[in-house]
Design a protein around this ligand. Structure first.
Ligand SMILES: [Mn+2]
Length: 358
């Protein structure tokens, strides 16, 4: 498995590539053209420049996170075909620069959601947290989105593009009456168009789970458990229709047995990308993102890495959201220090697991 690190691009990320290059066992970065709105074509010129920047820092660029899916595709509107065309051209352009995996999600309106971006921890660090009781009290998602946006400081949150957030009212109206089954059918329509292109280009589509893994604000969600991912993989049966196994997203619902999910989808060779992190579940629907270390969260990270090793996972892995430590000023969840500690820990687990088998 190849160890990677999410990086938002030199104009959007305060972490220099040369720092990332110095993390032990790193192979490359996972990045995107964050300034482009969902639905837009990623041009060859932009991608060549991005590739050149990353490779000249001694890093690979084989995973994109994310090429966002336009809401019209998720909604199944007549206008979707034009955005699907752009998606297809983007896949072809990504093949040209050697990309192997595209991480994306199919969550209506909101990408990942937290209710606090800097929750203080007893050790003096801070972290992101989620409290369903706060979400349940929100009658105006616009006000919530504005508040979150305000608290991100100088950094825009990935998946929370301002132009989309400004349209919340319209989007909520558009989704009223859209069922989970409708959403699944719209996903199938998308798959029918893009997966054959992925097969030709040797690029795997890796769907990220819903985060948190349940419906929020009454919007339908379809990617949050073994059963729902089985359904998704069956919509288009191809080795290029894969998943991003995100332990933090799936694991915030304790019904999701993470090592079992890894064994199930890993033995089918349908995990193309893994996000490996820990979190602490305080009670159902309430959690914070802890350090990666097993004892400080709710997951057994040894069992997670062991399951990945057992199924012979040979895709890409990255640590996920970290805490803000050592007074770092960065993008919430995406500081350098705690994620680098996360990688060092995952490296250690893997070395011990592999040598322990001899
Ligand atoms: Mn994730």
């Amino acid at each position: 498995m190849k160890m990677t690190f999410r990086w938002y691009g030199s104009s959007m990320d305060p972490i220099p590539l040369k720092y990332i290059r110095q993390i032990p066992n790193i192979s490359g970065v996972v990045t995107s053209l964050m300034d482009l709105p969902a639905g837009e074509l990623w041009t060859k010129e932009r991608l060549r420049a991005l590739k050149e920047e990353v490779t000249s820092a001694g890093l690979e660029l084989e995973v994109i996170e994310s090429v966002n899916v336009h809401e019209d595709i998720k909604l199944g509107l007549a206008t979707r075909d034009r955005y699907i065309e752009n998606y297809i051209e983007t896949i072809k352009n990504l093949q040209e620069i050697g990309v192997k995996v595209i991480c994306y999600n199919f969550m209506p309106v909101f990408d990942w959601t937290r209710t606090c971006l800097a929750d203080p921890l007893p050790d003096g660090s801070n972290t992101m947290s989620y409290d369903q009781r706060i979400i349940d009290k929100i009658t105006d998602p616009q006000a919530f989105a504005d508040e979150i946006q305000k608290n991100t400081g100088e950094f825009e949150m990935a998946g929370w593009e301002p132009e989309r957030m400004a349209e919340l009212k319209k989007l909520f109206a558009a989704y009223s009456g859209v069922t989970r089954n409708d959403l699944r059918q719209n996903l199938k329509y998308f798959f029918d168009a893009v997966i054959p292109v992925c097969e030709a280009c040797d690029i795997k589509m890796a769907m990220h789970p819903d985060d948190p893994p349940w419906d929020i604000f009454g919007l339908p969600r379809i990617a949050n458990s073994m059963e729902t991912f089985d359904q998704i993989l069956k919509l288009y049966d191809s080795p290029y229709n894969c998943i991003t196994l995100c332990t933090g997203s799936l694991g915030s619902n304790p019904d999701n047995d993470l090592p079992a999910l890894i064994r199930h989808f890993g033995s089918m060779d349908r995990i193309a990308f893994a996000h490996v992190r820990n979190l602490k579940i305080l009670e159902p629907g309430r959690f914070y993102e802890s350090s990666h270390y097993s004892e400080e969260g709710s997951f057994d990270m040894y069992e997670i890495m062991k399951a990945l090793d057992e199924v012979g996972f040979d895709g890409y892995v990255r640590p996920d959201h970290g805490r803000m430590i050592w007074d770092e000023n960065g993008r919430a969840g995406y500081g350098l220090y705690d994620r680098a500690l996360g990688i060092a820990y995952l490296n250690g687990l893997l070395e011990a697991i592999r040598k322990g088998k001899r």
